[in-house]
Design a protein around this ligand. Structure first.
Ligand code: SIN
Ligand code: CO
Length: 387
């Protein structure tokens, strides 16, 4: 379970994804943290109204843990002096976009499921207690040191301690113990208990992956169907016969309702909705694709590329790519469909596989003339940036 490098992608999905935790010593180069984000800047985010943050104060044995939600002011931080505490801030990659550079290390994972990077700062003794999460997480250790206990097997029907502000496991669990320092990475699948306790003031970057409930997926798709007249048909009681008279819903009527539902899911629009759904940022404020203030024309962008300019894919922006059942490519960014032509296919898969693009690449991927309009659109909407 303690590895000296990331498993290759095949091994990752076969042995670990959703199955088993692992720890990689030096999974990311510790230099990446130089100037990336300091505890003061994290505290600054926690003072903002729209940013989700919480402070957790470690409870003495058998006592109540304290969890307060932000925004916080300076006095709050002053009150924490001498206590064992953690500050946790969500969606940090959207505010300090350089933090999203960490995602490059996890490009083998299903990036379309990525939720956010939560960053915690904790003082010695700081912890959020033993718990399980419903999502996958890569815990990337920044500054400091933390001792982790990571469950050796998943826990079904976990029981939590009553009367606490948040979920803390009631029962002990069989665990592997490991102390981590800058650059070490722990992968934890859903339902594996874990507990990190800070041994030296620490920052942890939690790269979390969504696990939406099927009910959430159904209700979101249901809302999409509701807005589309072509999909939002009435159930008219077709195929009902004598067996479903009075109060009886015969199996034939049940099957007919089910097949109406399946038809709505089998519609090509399902894949259109799916990529919109998974490319939508989970942060409420960020659900619209932001046009760049300093827009560029295709002509000027070509000039810059000809002068050796390199474009890079913004790591904090989620792309979502699929093919519908006729094999047509569909592409979405920030919850919006980007109309594409067959000629764009190679470029889109290139953007999936690589994070940079040059004029030479465009020539190899189908030619500047065929691609520049899409590239300009992506640049003007902050999906691509100048390196
Ligand atoms: C933390 O950084 O303390 C919390 C991370 C987690 O347990 O998911
Ligand atoms: Co956790």
């Amino acid at each position: 379970m303690i590895l000296d490098k990331f498993p290759d992608p095949e091994e990752f999905y076969k042995k670990y994804w959703n199955k088993a935790p692992f720890i990689v010593r030096g999974g990311v180069a510790p230099e990446i943290f130089d100037g990336l984000l300091d505890p003061e800047s994290l505290a600054g985010l926690a003072m903002e109204e729209d940013i989700k943050s919480r402070i957790v104060i470690t409870a003495p044995e058998g006592k109540k843990w304290v969890c307060e939600h932000g925004p916080f002011d300076e006095d709050k931080f002053a009150e924490l002096d001498g206590k064992q505490w953690s500050l946790l801030v969500q969606n940090v990659e959207q505010y300090y976009t350089d933090v999203s550079q960490l995602l490059k290390s996890f490009h083998f994972s299903p990036r379309w499921l990525m939720d956010d990077i939560m960053v915690s700062y904790s003082t010695a003794g700081g912890s959020v207690g033993p718990h399980i999460d419903s999502y996958h997480v890569f815990l990337v250790q920044g500054m400091g040191r933390r001792m982790w206990r990571v469950g050796n097997s998943p826990i079904q029907n976990a029981e939590n301690i009553d009367g606490q502000d948040f979920k803390i496991l009631k029962n002990s669990f069989d665990a592997t113990e490991v102390e981590v320092s800058a650059g070490d990475v722990i992968y934890i699948p859903p339902n594996f208990a874990h507990e990190g306790t800070t041994t030296q003031d620490a920052m942890t970057f939690s790269v979390g992956f969504l696990g939406p409930k099927i009910s959430e997926i159904l209700s979101d798709y249901g809302r999409y169907v509701e807005e589309k007249d072509t999909l939002n048909q009435m159930y008219g009681g077709d195929n009902i016969d004598i067996r479903s008279g009075s109060f009886v819903i015969d199996s034939q009527a049940v099957s007919s309702i089910k097949s109406d539902l399946i038809e709505v899911i089998n519609n090509d629009d399902f894949s259109t909705w799916l990529i919109q759904y998974f490319s939508t940022p989970t942060h409420d404020e960020l659900d619209a694709i932001e046009p760049r203030e300093d827009e560029i024309s295709s002509e000027n962008l070509i000039k810059e590329l000809k002068n050796g300019g390199i474009l890079s894919r913004a790591e904090h922006v989620k792309l979502s790519i699929t093919k519908d059942k006729n094999g047509a490519l569909k592409f979405a960014v920030y919850g919006e469909i980007i109309p594409t032509l067959t000629a764009h296919e190679k470029l889109i898969y290139w953007l999936n596989d690589y994070d940079q693009i040059t004029l030479n690449d465009l020539e190899n991927l189908g030619g500047v003339d065929a691609l520049i309009e899409l590239v300009t659109h992506l640049y003007n909407h902050n999906v691509l940036c100048k390196l």
